[in-house]
Design a protein around this ligand. Structure first.
Ligand code: FES
Length: 88
């Protein structure tokens, strides 16, 4: 099924790009921009983005790698500790 009409990208193209990126780098965060780049194309009108993202989300290889999850909350807690005033 055609997902992006401007660039003639199918759901198969998106899934193949995602699977290729995950196979070549297990820690990469996969974004729509990276998928376009992997396919040698660039977004034009952006009208396909909701369907493009939905197609990406249906591929289990799009998930953020386990070792990269919760980094934001860990960083936030670290900053809180650094800002805490010592009471002695
Ligand atoms: S339909 Fe995908 S960029 Fe226009």
């Amino acid at each position: 099924m055609i997902i992006c009409h401007c660039q003639n990208i199918t759901d198969h193209d998106i899934n193949a790009a995602i699977d290729w990126m995950r196979a070549s780098d297990g820690k990469t965060i996969i974004t729509p921009g990276k998928v376009y780049r992997a396919l040698g194309k660039a977004a034009d009108c952006g009208g396909c983005m909701p369907l493009f993202l939905s197609t990406m989300r249906s591929n289990e290889n799009t998930e953020v790698p386990m070792q990269l999850r919760n980094l934001r909350s860990a960083t936030t807690q670290e900053q809180r500790h650094e800002r805490r005033q010592e009471s002695h």
